[in-house]
Design a protein around this ligand. Sequence first.
Ligand SMILES: [Zn+2]
Length: 391
Amino acid sequence: MPNQSSTQALSTQTSSSLVALTVSPAKVIRGAGVLISAAGEIARLGTRPLIVAGDRTLKISQESLQSIFQAENLHTVTVSYGTDCCEASLKALREAAKEHQADVIIGVGGGKSMDTAKLVAHQLQLPVVTIPTSAATCAAWTALSNVYSEAGAFLYDVALSRCPDLLILDYDLIQTAPQRTLVAGIGDAIAKWYEASVSSGHLQQTLIIAAVQQARVLRDILLQKSEVALKEPGSETWQEVVDATVLLAGVIGGLGGAQCRTVAAHAVHNGLTHISGHGSIHGEKVAYGILVQLRLEEMIPGNQLAAAARQQLLKFYAEIGLPQKLSDLGLGNITLGELQTAAEIALDPHSDIHRLPFKVALEQLMAAMVSTTAPIDSNRIDKKGERVTGN
Ligand SMILES: [Zn+2]
């Protein structure tokens, strides 16, 4: 049921009133081919791991993973998270972990494997290890899990008590993933600047200032290095871009915490998951969502910097293959009703879209969603760069 987003569902679920900083994993090991030598670190956390993986990861790497873990005398059981990080999968995995008497949870795969593994570990109060096999999100780093319906519709996120105990970033594993996943990771990571600067750019807390500034640095690194990185997989520049999407994006989430969260780009993503299911990946929808957010900033308060930023991003997206409009997400033939459904979910009363410093009407959001590639309306600017039409 794609529309069953209950109104309380889009907010963060926090289990404790105790506010702890969750800045970084306890240990991060990175490098090409590091998994073999890092397996010993897993053994320090537990000897009976439950491995949570996606079907693609299982198909590609189950045998090589098994031999690495067996060499450390780890008694593993591997279970697929199924279709999504959804309540049914979480329940099945908790049961599997109990049956196996697991003492550590390992997430291997993309963002959904990471989110599922982290949440199962959080619920069972077990240590968790994340081993990303793509650079599509910073989920291997953060103390946050997104929960979806079985059909892939975003329901809510859960703030976890801590970041993973161990993150193993093996570039050789990341290189097995389709290029599209790194492109999506770039889209998800670059959103940090466009969202954090709006939600938190005015705040004075030291760590939040640091987070927003790091988001700007992250944007600049991605704008400068992504095109070269994608042409040269495995190169130093490619590794730097992988570090940007998996690690630095995570640092920003960790430093900024709950006050430095997402705004309209992720709200639009959340709305789209209710009409597109598993058709496109997270960072692709988020990247499109940034353009929608900039379009709103441009249309409603008439922010010309947003208009210029949108043009800059459109050029960047064309260079690296990020989606610019609904049809690029495979949603070129949706009905007006479906567009309205996505916009209504993005405008849910608990949605982060309301962190924008102005009100957004349903019709305005729908208009922005279909005009992400519109040229800048030059009639609205006079020679001094000030708006002429005041409405
Ligand atoms: Zn994201």
